[in-house]
Design a protein around this ligand. Structure first.
Ligand SMILES: [Zn+2]
Length: 77
């Protein structure tokens, strides 16, 4: 199973790496390996946001993806 066809936009903050899905819930070893490869970001066990959350592994930007547009989430505000 490859995820080659899944095109996600590049991080709008640092333009360093593509945005990848943020996965919440119990991390399996498979997910851990995917995170090591930079394919996903593990968001932890608690589901913080509803909806599709994506993030940048390079600069920790996180946000929602709605209709292909990135809407950043600012934590702490
Ligand atoms: Zn970034």
């Amino acid at each position: 199973m490859t995820a080659k066809s899944r095109e996600l936009p590049t991080c709008p903050e640092c333009w360093e790496s593509p945005l990848v899905p943020v996965i919440y819930g119990m991390a399996t070893s498979e997910l851990g390996e995917a995170a090591d490869r930079g394919e996903v970001i593990l968001g932890g066990c608690e589901v913080v946001y509803r909806g599709k959350v994506v993030g940048c592994a390079a600069c920790d930007t996180m946000g929602f993806l709605r209709r292909g547009r990135f809407i950043p989430v600012y934590s702490g505000e």
